[in-house]
Design a protein around this ligand. Structure first.
Ligand code: GDP
Ligand code: MG
Length: 217
């Protein structure tokens, strides 16, 4: 499902306040970044598919809604598969992110395989208060590795619900050690509820997307 992105939404999200409009109906959201990789002499246009995967209820949809709409809801709506497309202007790079928000239950194995086949960047989300959800992320990561032996993608492992750190079932250094062995695998903890590290997560996704195109400094 494609969501409309209205000017009102832009104004509601403080970090999207730099939203600018092109003559296309889709807004281009300008993101401020200090990173050198986004400052080239000529404007370049790139496209990247970001696939959010992880068990049900870990906060995948909440993270996406927090970043794109500045919105957070307490209730859990089962996702089948949602699609969001947004173009960001970061320095001299116009980056179109196609964000695929998958269901956590993966009752449709074909959809899961297709999602794994088409991602450029995978955000693999677990909940810090649920060790089983972390194991699920490891299983998904293994499956992606097996399905994509050329390893032409990158991974960000995300420990969400950091606000529940009192109930945590896995320490961040342990999670990072177990999930990240390669340079294109990153790790961070977030809270969609308290808006912790959500911008940082998307900044990493931007960098991974651009690096993929061989523009890294
Ligand atoms: P998804 O199935 O992975 O897409 O999970 P949802 O985004 O639908 O979130 C599942 C439930 O967890 C909802 O009730 C959310 O309000 C809640 N949730 C999501 N992110 C957080 C968070 O960072 N902290 C806490 N405490 N709850 C969260
Ligand atoms: Mg969801």
């Amino acid at each position: 499902m494609k969501f409309p992105f209205s000017r009102k939404t832009v104004m509601h999200a403080p970090h999207l306040a730099h939203g600018i409009y092109t003559d296309k109906s889709e807004p281009v959201v300008e993101v401020k970044s200090k990173m050198k990789i986004f400052e080239r002499e000529r404007t370049s246009y790139q496209c990247s598919r970001v696939v959010f995967m992880g068990g049900p209820g870990v906060g995948k949809s909440a993270i996406i809604a927090r970043y794109l709409y500045g919105d957070y809801r307490e209730y859990h709506e089962r996702t089948v598969e949602d699609f969001h497309s947004r173009t960001f202007k970061i320095g001299t790079v116009l980056l179109q992110l196609d964000i695929i928000d998958t269901t956590g239950s993966y009752v449709f194995p074909a959809m899961r395989r297709v999602a794994m086949a088409k991602g450029d960047v995978f955000a693999l989300v677990y909940s810090v208060d649920d060790f089983q959800s972390f194991e699920e992320v490891l299983a998904i990561q293994k499956e992606i590795h097996e399905q994509r032996p050329r390893r032409n993608y990158s991974v960000v492992v995300v420990g969400n619900k950091l606000d529940l750190r009192e109930k945590r079932e896995i320490a961040p250094d342990e999670a990072e050690m177990m999930s990240c062995g390669e340079s294109r695998e990153e790790f961070l903890e977030t809270s969609a509820r308290d808006n912790i590290n959500i911008e940082c997560l998307f900044e990493r996704i931007f960098c991974q997307s651009v690096n993929k195109e061989g523009i890294s400094s």
